[in-house]
Design a protein around this ligand. Sequence first.
Ligand code: MSP
Length: 658
Amino acid sequence: MSNTCEKAYITTPIYYVNDIAHIGHAYTTIIADTLARYSRMMGMETFFLTGTDEHGQKIEEAAKSRNKSTQAYADEISATFKTLWDDFDISYDKFIRTTDADHMKGVQKAFTDMHAKGDIYKDTYKGHYCISCETFFPAIQLVDDEFCPECGKSTTVVEEESYFFRLSNYQDKLLQYYEDNPDFILPRSKRNEVIRFVEGGLTDLSITRTSFDWGVKLPKEFNDPKHVMYVWLDALMNYLTALGYGTDDANIEQWPARIQLIGKDILRFHAIYWPAFLMSLDLPLPKHIAAHGWWTRDGEKMSKSKGNVVNPREVADAYGLDNFRYFMLREVPFGGDGDFSQKALIDRINSDLGNDLGNLMNRVIGMSGKYFDGKIDSANVAKYYQSELDEVHASLNKLEPLLFEMQIHRYLEELWRPLTVANKAIDMYQPWTLMKEGKEEEAMALNGLIAAILAKVSIMLEPVMPAVCAKISKALGFEINNDTWTRMAKGTDLLEPFTLEKIDPLFPRIEEPLLEQMEPIDKKESSKKSEKKSDKNEDKKEDKNEAEGIALIGIDQFFQTSLKVGTVVQAEEVPKSKKLLLLQVDVGEDEPRQVVAGIKEWYSAEDMLNTQVCVVANLKPAKLMGYKSEGMLLAAKDEDGLCMVRPEKPKTAGTNIG
Ligand code: MSP
């Protein structure tokens, strides 16, 4: 039974109803769903919240442009989000809308309480307002004195009476909090950005508007009917009102949240305003604010005008929902930006899922069917394959912290190790040879080992790929739940004797992109290139570069490469290799990266130790002589030999190069 009673309140941002859901929304929601599912499996009291953000000028204008009443429009779009999450089997416990009466009451209560605390006062505000971002910007931050520094749209000058929140009072308290709680903002690299911003000075925040009225009114006692609440105060409060704050307090003991997922663009609101509001209300702060990166499509920013927005429903329908979930979580290190392309998705499905996982399932079905009528008995697994079991259990034991530290791509990477152990064991021990030699007991134990590995992996993979893992576990004769998680994934139990059920291949190979209409982007790119050659000089330059074998790339493509300063904290030789050194390189992350570098002919391990290097930090990991390499070092080589490229002066490990 449950071995923990900790609570897990997990939230997504609430989505604006000015447009329908795209891949970015799906990404946040799927990560949150994965965490919620894992928390439930481990027996935590879990509450998973999502919903829609429906007030503000932006929504009012979107409704007007479609000739609809604001409420009817908000109802319609909110329903499209809810239906999508239902169709995606998102395991939310509550779907909140900021137009819910209880929510609005809760926001009013917060306003009253902050006012009573002395944190709210009335004054006049003059500033440049971006409706799209629902944010004021000081003149100094505007682009060309007019345009929003965040989205580039035109801002309007607004002068109005406003209530203010004394954000400036919280500057020191926030800085102290970030210092005392280094994991409050994840990933840690984002934390520094926030600290720098707060250190730059916080000004009080205008928290009401009089220029429109689609919002929560001030509490009656203020007798100030022309004011409505600033959307971000309204919206952030959803995390509390969803638990009954200000009305019935039904679930309020779920607070503080364990993880609040957001995109990097709304970090400032969640890591500065939100904790300040909570401090003002004398409430505890969430454990983690976790900010993910931005998705692009085929290397380009998505936008409606370009017509290249990835529709998550379309992708999931074509490629399978679980495959899409796996792709998004595996493809991008949390916090980094990710690029969606059908090619990348197909590669993940054919390779990780098809070759490593699906094929293993096929192999065990084939072997047990051929030799044992589908029967599998684990009785002698430990007798013959203890070292494989140890390796598998060591990997499984590393997983949970990776998930809750938001290193989900590493979680999945580590979860694939047991599959490698299983595939290797089949190749090495060869059940067909064992059978030929009359070693039936050993062959049966090998099947037991493979089945057990598949069972253990499917338990830990279930939060990411629930439907696929339900199929695997059914075939393997067990159910994924808190009990099997405790015994087989956390513990070392194997499967009870059972008869393997044959199932269809889990990941049929995909040869071609399945969505035709998604392809034109690439084609457009190549036709654009041929059209473009009007400028003769440009042509010449391009020709010269091409002749020299240099393909021209845009600055965006360059920035897809993450280059970082690293410090070599450990260095040794790769045994039996003439060329390779095995280095542990600190690139400013929680743990050093392991890099296998082909530099031994020019540098000894000692030469490299404690020196600084330039690391390509977003290369897909590769294996060299059996060692995983998680990066590449920059070096220059000519006929005189090779030398490392290094920063001219010492720089903090992890500093970006570019
Ligand atoms: N309503 C606010 C959030 C209020 S939370 C109290 C909002 N809504 S949003 O609909 O514009 O964005 C919701 C989330 O989607 C944000 O976390 C944002 O980062 C994310 N994304 C929007 N576009 C995205 C990509 N292209 N890629 C990844 N995520 C992106 O902000």
